[in-house]
Structures are given as C-alpha cells and as structure tokens.
Design a protein around this ligand. Sequence first.
Ligand code: GCB
Length: 624
Amino acid sequence: MKRMPFGVIARVDIWSARGAVFGAVAAMMLSGAVAWAAESAPAPMVLTGADRRPAISLDGEWAAIVDPYFSGLFSFHHEEKKNGWFVNRKAQPGDAFPTEYDFSTASKLKVPGDWNTQRPALLYYEGPIWYERDFTYQPKEHTRVFLHVGAANYKSWFWVNGQKVCEHEGGFTSFNCEVTAAVHAGNNFVVAAVDNTRHADGVPTLETDWWNYGGLTRSVSLIEVPETFIEQYDVHLSSTEDGVIEGWAMVDGPVNGATVEVEIPELGAKTSANLSEGGLAAIQIEVKGLKRWSPETPKLYKVILRAGLDTIEDEIGFRTVETRGTEILLNGKPIFLRGISIHAEVPYRTGRANTDQDAETLLGWAKELGCNFVRLAHYPHDETMLRAADRMGLLVWSENPVYWAVQFDNPKVLDKAEQQLEEEIGTSRNHAAIILWSMANETPNTEARTRFIEAEAERARQLDATRLITAALLVRAEGDTKIVDDPLGKTLDVIGFNEYIGWYEGHPESADTTQWRVEYQKPLIVSEFGGGAKAGLHGGENERWTEEYQANIYRHQMEMLNRIPQLRGMSPWILMDFRSPNRQLTGIQDGFNRKGLISEQGKKKLAYYILQKAYKEKTVGKPE
Ligand code: GCB
C-alpha cells in the first residue's frame, strides 16, 4: 500500500485501478484497500513479512547532528533547501561559502535506538536530528531494493546519495522506501532526518503519558526483492470452513502470467492461484491434521509463498477467534484473557524496546505472571514482540495510537490514524497471536469522536475481517454505580474500559461497594486498573506509593471484577514502570510512571505476586 502522508494526497483505489475482480476474499479487499498517490515525494510501501526477507543490515553507529531549528532542511526564509544536509557535502579548499555541518566528524548514535537514552543532553529533546551512514552496495540485475525502516518517531525524511526516497509520518509502524534508482555500485550514503516534535494534529497528539522517544528506534536495513514480488499476503484459518486455510497475496511489478504458489510442507499442502492483472490472488488450501495455535500449544508452520522469482518463507500459526454473546471463543472454545498491559520500553538500560532479547524479557515476565494475553499499549509494537508472542503463546491486543483527545473533527487526522492502521495491519496480519485490533484509548465521548472511530473501525474490518475490534473506553459514575454506556460500544466486538478505583478515585476498599452496569451484551475486558508503588518502599496498606498499597488495590479490584458478569479478560496497568514526563514526584516517581508490577530495574513488587497467584489459581475471571 503506497501513500504519501504529507502535503496534498489523493486516494486511489488500487484494486479497481489494477482491475482485480474475483472471489469473496477479493471483494472484501476491493472495498477497502487504498493507495495514496504521492504528488511530491515517493511514497513508502507496506511489506508483509519484511523481517523474513534477506536483508543487508544498516544497524549500528550512524553519524548524528542535532538540528533544533531544522536549518539542515529549511533556509532562513523557511524554504526547503535544494542543497540541504542530505547532500552530505564535504567542504573543499577554496570554497566560496562555508559548509556548516560535517557528518564525517559528527558524533554517533546507535540504530536501532531512541536518542533520549543515548546522551544525557537528549533526554528531553524534541525536534529534528540528522542521521547519516555509509554503505557499500552492488546492484543486481532485475532486483529492486527497499530501505526498510522498523520505526522512526515521529516524522522522517530519507535520502540516498542525495536523492529523496521518501517521507513518513507516524512513530510506531514500519515502512519501506524504494531506493532501486538511487543506489549505485560501490560507496553509497543514506541520510535521514527524524523529528519527534509533537503536533496538535498528530496521532498521537500533544498529550500522552509516555516518553516521546525520538529517532530511528527500530532496525533499518536494505531489502532486495525481484522485479515482481509479493508485497502483502494474508494466510489464515477459515472460520467458516473446517480444515481450510485461506487468504490472498498481492504482488507488485509486472505480473506477466505469473501465479502465486503457497506451500505448507509439514502438512503436505500446496496450492497455486492465478494472479489477476492487478496482481492479486485468492488463496485456498484444504489441510488435514492441522494442529491449531493456542496459548497452550503455540504451533507455528512454515508457510512458503512464491510468485515468479520471488519466494518468502513465514512462520504462521492457525487459529480462529470470534465472539458468541458475551464470550470470546478461541478455536471455538470460550477463553478468559489473563493479561497485562505492556509499553515498548525495556528494563535495566531503559528506553525503547527493539530486540528479540527485549521482547523475551518482557513477555517472559508476562508468562511467569501466568498470562495468556498481553495488551501491547498504546501503539503498534515491534515485529520482534509479535514474533515472540507467536512463539510463546501469548494472545495480543494491538493498538492504534489514537490516544486521549486527537483532533477528531479533522479529516487529515483520520487519514493519519488510518494510515497507521493500514501499516499496522499490513505488516502484522499473519500473527496468530493478535486477536484484537484496538482503535483507541480513553477518548472523550463526543459525536465527532464516535464518527472518527467508527470510520477507523470500518477501515480495520475492511483490511482484516478475521479479528475482533475493540477500544479502551472511559466509564462514568452515578453514585456507587459505574456505567459503561459509551456509544462507541455499539461499534466494537469487544468492550474494553479503564478504571482506577483506589488510585485516581477513592480508596482500594471503594471497589467493594462499587456496582457495575454494562449496557452492552458483549464480552468485556478491563483494559486498565492499578496504582503506583515505588519498588522497595514499604508501609501500611493505606499508605500511597508503598508496595502494600498497590497490592491492596489489586486484591480489592479482583474481587470486584469477579462480580461483572460479562468480564472475559483483563490487562492491568502495567507490567513495568515506564518513563513519563508527567510523573515528577521527586524520590518516588523521578520521571517514571510507577504503576508497574516490576520496576524498571527488574524488581518485582508485591502486587506482581498477588496477580500471579490469582492467575495461576484461576481465582479471577470465569472458568474456561
Ligand atoms: C490511563 C492511560 C495510561 C496511563 C495511565 C496512568 O488511563 O490509558 O496511558 O499511563 O492511565 O498511569 O494514569
């Protein structure tokens, strides 16, 4: 999917443009998938399974120049420079003008990595930073090359050998810039400008409760593909036909009568499908003896897709998920989601998570806690997290960063939210672990908000009809009764809501007398509850910030939650303490939100063990 997030954009329906018309699967996609035609800079592409392709890593040290006034891109009269810092100029003896930057002498930043935790002076930095690195390359015939960016927060611009290759907006999704025409044999250089300035019309907007980590926060690489290659694909278990794996593949490049072949060697299953002129093929394979993916048996199969000269090998689990009344059914059986919320932030070194090791540490703690479910808040997490969740058997709630009060009445903001949703779903649609797409978190109940999220949810369903749609809602109160009646609930398959009884309101015991009125006969997940505690701080059960106080909240919460008939899951807030500039209580918070069950230095608090016991002994939630 190509789109140009900056400037004037025109929507083009690629499916009709490509003349693809066939089958029910394609019809679903036809109504939905769109491309964005760029009017100026080339547009990045969404690649499914990018991490499964042979790649030349560009991770490591990049030269970095901090440029708070963005003078590397804009002139003194704020015109975009033709010879900005992206040309990577070296001053020459006798130059008639000065060159006021030099990447070869600049200090370095590590990629992947947020810049904030790499240099003390950048801890609070918000603005543009320039990155540069050299690489050698040997172009191959009939081969296209993409610069794959795991994530760049928030806006980013890329040039290869001085030629602009793309721009991108959105800090938590991966994208791919075609650089085939920009690279040459021998020495090359890539320059990126990354700007983490917050914007009122951004997604997220000005206010959040997490650190605005900037930079090339996830891996960067060069991906080589044949001229015609598989751009996106979806392979999943049919929820209506037993023993049928179905989906579709979409190729980019000249089709020339090529077909798409899909093989699952372990099941002895193979099929081939014709590509439409537009590059689409519907997939359907009957399989025998399939072992379904579940938290208890997270079985993954090698799935090989071929189109012309292109081959991609993925590891995919097969399961179904649906709702029945107030139940969530995984593989046809009711399940209770014993979860925990997680930010993409790592222990010990602190900062953005981005390695396999980070994912295994965080998800390992969740497993140890007794979870079968994680809410990956508040934005799409790295592919390494999703791969680890697939392997470890953790169901996932994946979230679009429509957080608090984005500009719901601004159509450009809806475009940005949908762009991030398209990237999120496009890249991660084959993860068995993901069962829920969350549209938003704690949004104000206004008509504009409801229209916005309804549109977003419709888009999500067009892109992926196989998963459940949710959002974390706010609740209101009448006396001791909490009421869940946000009109957005009508649109959702599963209702999520956050509440902080015992922390932002009342005392831990207030939960004992709280009644719940849920207006929707739908499954319900309490997507947040909790309270802050400084690890190692001990005292009475009613002394705020102590581990005892936090543990007390958890005890009372769980008794209360068991009284809500529709409760089908929970993801308390939160696995680990995380940085937030809103949290400035000296000696206690010191810039960290302390609602973690584990400190940022990996120390487990008392509440961790309370929740662990409840999950292991299944004393919270409905029996499965
Ligand atoms: C919330 C937000 C979450 C915050 C949390 C808190 O309701 O959804 O992002 O971090 O409360 O700690 O206040």
